[in-house]
Design a protein around this ligand. Structure first.
Ligand code: GLU
Length: 415
């Protein structure tokens, strides 16, 4: 991760939105301040018998519109400011998609790649024990994020239920199907992004069946995005990469083979018969669609002017700095901003909450259709706002989301 502080970026974005909406300073101050945050120490018994103390965070940014919602990251570079920024973006994401939810985020400083399944289970359970009193189906509902999995969600749900003394499936989303997960949640982030890409391509007159695509990051979001771009649109994925490097091929990378290769060798860059490419080079390829699907701050003032893509679909949270945003807007690059593009994950998480409340499971096709409606509506409301106010897509998304949060805060008598 770079030295750019994501929470400073998030606050600058709110300031820019406050200027457009002419918000009074007291309301702006409220929007820039997390409502509640927890810092917890998590002692975990490691496989060698020693005890290691991990540091964890949970930030509940704003619950004016409902219980806070957002993932948990297990990452060696986690910081409280990253979690604050991500929790603020969850607030705008849920509001933009018109979900009855606020925004939150959690994080634990650890390297899951160096931990055994048993150690990860004990850490997952320790995290839930530490924050138990402050989360719950009507308070704050976590989910997976970078380096956390459905299995970890199952352990966390189980720990919460054990303490509560009853099944509490609704405490967490992104669970496996057999323990209250929703059909369609696994690839929901990428699939939701596809609906926004489809709408953007229509509005820009791009034929997606002839489009060239590059994907940066090959975790849950990146892999499914690459797969779905070729499955749903017939686009050619000419390059993919992960934290260790990448591969490119003008006739198309086999997305399933790249996935298997990553699982077996630890990186897509070991895929045989391909040219290798660095993360930096991938960002500057001559493609129609660039999909950043990893972590924050990878499009900055250093590389923004070199980006040739017509559409940047931000499946990652916070990949673009404000300076880069200005450059991309001037250059006519159509950015589908993160908290619009990647909102499919939390939208299906919300569907999962609804199904858990009702103890009823929807059909997968039903989930896709509802997701499509939500994403398509959100995309067009942002596009129209951007044209109306003559601002870039990110600022337009902020305008729509912040208006809704401010309305809720006013109705509740907070401001
Ligand atoms: N971690 C995902 C996000 O950043 C999903 C959050 C959720 O499902 O609550 O949107």
């Amino acid at each position: 991760m770079t030295s750019i502080n994501p929470f400073e970026v998030a606050k600058r974005q709110i300031d820019a939105c406050a200027d457009i909406l002419k918000l009074p300073p007291d309301i702006t101050a409220m929007l820039k301040t997390p409502m509640r945050e927890m810092h917890v120490a998590l002692p975990v018994r490691m496989d060698d018998g020693s005890i290691k103390v991990f540091q964890g965070f949970r930030v509940q940014y704003n619950d004016a519109k409902g219980p806070t919602k957002g993932g948990i990251r297990f990452h060696p570079d986690e910081t409280i400011d990253t979690v604050r920024a991500l929790a603020s973006w969850m607030t705008w994401k849920c509001a933009l998609l018109d979900l009855p939810l606020g925004g939150g985020k959690g994080g634990v400083i650890c390297n899951p790649k160096e931990m055994s399944p048993g150690e990860l289970e004990r850490l997952s359970r320790a995290y839930i024990r530490a924050i138990y009193q402050f989360v719950g189906p009507e308070r704050d509902v976590p989910a997976p994020d970078v380096y956390t999995t459905p299995q970890m969600m199952a352990w966390m749900m189980d720990e919460y239920s054990a303490i509560a003394g009853k099944s509490q499936f609704g405490v967490i989303t992104g669970k496996p199907l057999a323990v209250g997960g929703s059909p369609g949640r696994g690839d929901a982030t990428a699939r939701g992004g596809m609906y926004t890409i489809r709408e953007a391509a229509k509005s820009l007159g791009i034929d997606l069946s002839k489009a060239k695509v590059a994907v940066q990051g090959y975790g849950n979001a990146g892999y499914h995005a690459a797969r779905l771009c070729s499955e749903l649109f017939g686009s050619t994925i000419i390059a993919v990469c992960d934290s260790k490097g990448g591969v490119c091929c003008t006739t198309g990378v086999d997305t399933a083979a790249a996935y298997t290769c990553k699982n077996q060798t630890g990186s897509v860059c070991n895929l045989p018969g391909m040219d290798t490419i660095s993360n930096e080079e991938l960002m500057e390829l001559d493609v129609d669609i660039l999909i950043p699907a990893a972590i924050e701050n990878i499009i900055t003032d250093k590389n923004a002017a070199k980006i040739k893509a017509k559409i940047i679909a931000e499946l990652a949270n916070g990949p673009t700095t404000p300076e880069a945003d200005d450059i991309l807007y001037k250059n006519g690059v159509h950015v589908i901003p993160d908290f619009l593009c990647n909102a499919g994950g939390v939208t299906v998480s919300y569907f999962e909450m609804v199904q858990n409340y009702y103890m009823y499971t929807w059909e997968e096709a039903d989930v896709y259709e509802r997701l499509d409606r939500k994403m398509t509506a959100a995309y067009h409301s942002v596009l129209n706002t951007s044209r109306e106010h003559k601002v870039n897509m990110r600022q337009a998304a902020y305008v729509r989301a912040v208006e809704r949060v401010v309305e809720a805060m006013k109705l509740r008598g907070w401001v």
